[in-house]
Design a protein around this ligand. Structure first.
Ligand SMILES: Nc1ncnc2c1ncn2[C@@H]1O[C@H](COP(=O)(O)OP(=O)(O)OP(=O)(O)O)[C@@H](O)[C@H]1O
Ligand SMILES: [Mg+2]
Length: 477
């Protein structure tokens, strides 16, 4: 397959010239004027802001292309540490000498809100520093300009608004791609895709590619069948299917964005299901290798708190695993019955039993006026011995303390059925006895005069106490 054919369309059809950027006329004019005047401008940097997929990054690249700038592009992940930024700054200032000989440069700091999000707040300050010393224009992009964390940028950057693309704009973009790809496409299908995209051309183009590449023709019916509502998260099975069948790294990487699984859970699901999906042994071992590397990164994150490593871990466990099917790529689309991770099952069982133990300790602590930790350390082991060796007595204790059957199961282990049998019988007996007592009481009450009725009620209460005293006597036997 030709390399070009494998490119994601959002990259293949990224606007190369200004007139290919649909709409955003005001922003275009502003950027052009600012670049032409630079460095004679009030603020040495620009911040382009607006919703995702409306053309911010595309426009910078198109303008640079047209005006002959070379773009030194960076995104938030390049700004891990202050040193990185300092390095960029030094490079930027030394580039000055290159300008005379080579092409003009501009620095694109993509998605600066990502820098602001991170805990090491030094990032944005370093950006401000970079703007101060840079000898070349700096253009930044962000989604939310009102984020208080971006306040430091207000003083150093001019803000330029990008509008959310209208449905018609998106349809125009899609039509252009259909023509270039010689893709047959229903008008209603394009309308459907564009409506769903809610102003995000990237989302619309990805959707178009997902349908178009698979089927060669885009109809409304297919669009509806293949594209799920945007707000619905994929369950684990859908997530796995999408991950394994991804053709490109970017497709695989995006599965976690709309999934019920987080990366820890995804790891367990993959661990369980790689051999279900892939049949070739080499493919399987490649996939496990990617997964174990991801695991090493995750371990390191926990040890060092360096969350920037997470991106690598996620890349490995998504794209790394998915693209491991090299010997048998057809496995990727194979229908597979996925199984629930055994480790998760085990963990949830452990969690349950811990909860039961805690509840039991609380009951014991209340009855015996001791702490729950003493109950766990000293009483539960004794109870366990009694429950295993003497089922009948164990049942009495259980009833006396008001233990649940789950607690009995935990204490009695292999003897649980016998203890529960005694326990149920005993409870029945007691209930019967209680019912009889109540009936006797009611009969007595019937004989007494009406004004006494209220007193009877009180009596009934104290009698029911007697029932519980009966219980204690059972317990003490
Ligand atoms: N105005 C537009 N005209 C033509 N194509 C566009 C336009 N906006 C977006 N696209 C298409 O969508 C893709 C994503 O656009 P781009 O990367 O410019 O979005 P962005 O505004 O930078 O979004 P983000 O805030 O998520 O970074 C581009 O590759 C391009 O193909
Ligand atoms: Mg962008």
């Amino acid at each position: 397959m030709a390399q070009e054919a494998r490119l994601p369309w959002i990259i293949k059809y990224r606007p190369k010239r200004l007139d290919e950027v649909v709409d955003q006329e005001e922003a275009k004019a502003k950027i052009l004027e600012w670049l032409k005047k630079w460095p004679n401008v009030p603020k040495k940097a620009l911040l382009l802001y607006g919703p995702p997929g409306c053309g911010k990054t595309s426009l910078v690249e198109a303008v640079a292309n047209e005006l002959g700038y070379e773009v030194l592009e960076m995104n938030a992940s390049d700004f891990r540490r202050k040193e990185d930024i300092e390095k960029v700054a030094i490079r930027a200032s030394t580039m000055q000498s290159l300008i005379a000989s080579g092409r003009k440069k501009l620095i694109l700091l993509d998605e600066v809100d990502g820098i602001a999000d991170r805990e090491d707040a030094g990032g944005l300050e370093a950006v401000a520093e970079l703007v101060k010393i840079s000898k070349v224009p700096i253009v930044m992009t962000a989604n939310n300009p009102w984020d208080p964390k971006l306040r430091v940028l207000r003083e150093i950057a001019e803000f330029v608004e990008f509008k959310k693309l209208r449905k018609d704009d998106i349809i125009r973009i899609l039509e252009r791609i259909c023509i270039a790809e010689k893709l047959k496409c229903d008008k209603e299908a394009l309308d459907y895709i564009a409506t769903r995209a809610e102003g995000d051309a990237r989302a619309a183009i990805n959707d178009l590619q997902a349908i178009g590449e698979g089927f060669g023709e885009v109809t409304l019916e297919r669009a509806k069948a293949l594209l799920r509502p945007r707000d619905k998260e994929r369950d684990p099975f859908e997530t796995l299917k999408l991950l394994f069948s991804a053709k490109y790294a970017w497709q695989a990487k995006s599965v976690l964005n709309q999934s019920q699984l987080d990366y820890e859970q995804l790891k367990l699901w993959l661990e369980e299901n790689i051999p279900n999906q892939f049949s070739d042994l080499e493919d399987v071992s490649r996939a496990y290798e990617a997964l174990s590397k991801a695991d090493v990164y995750l371990g390191r994150i926990i040890r060092t708190g360096d969350w920037d490593l997470l991106a690598y871990a996620i890349d490995l466990m998504t794209a790394g695993v998915s693209l491991s099917a090299k010997n048998n790529p057809r496995d990727k689309d194979r229908w597979t019955k996925y199984s629930f991770p055994q480790r998760l099952l085990l963990m949830s069982k452990l969690k349950d039993s811990r909860k039961i133990r805690d509840d039991l300790a609380t009951i014991l602590a209340q009855h015996l006026h001791i702490s729950t930790s003493t109950a766990k350390a000293e009483i539960i082991p004794i109870l366990r011995a009694i429950f295993i060796s003497n089922p009948e007595y164990a049942a009495k204790i259980a009833v006396g303390l008001g233990l649940s059957e789950k607690m009995i199961e935990m204490l009695a282990g292999p003897n649980k059925q016998v203890v529960i049998m005694h326990y149920r019988r005993l409870k029945e007996e007691i209930e019967k006895k209680a019912a009889e007592t109540i009936m006797q009481l009611q009969a007595k009450a019937g004989r007494t005069e009406k004004p006494e009725a209220r007193k009877e009620k009180k009596k009934e209460k104290s009698q029911s106490k007697t029932t519980s005293t009966d219980l204690t006597s059972y317990f003490k036997k």
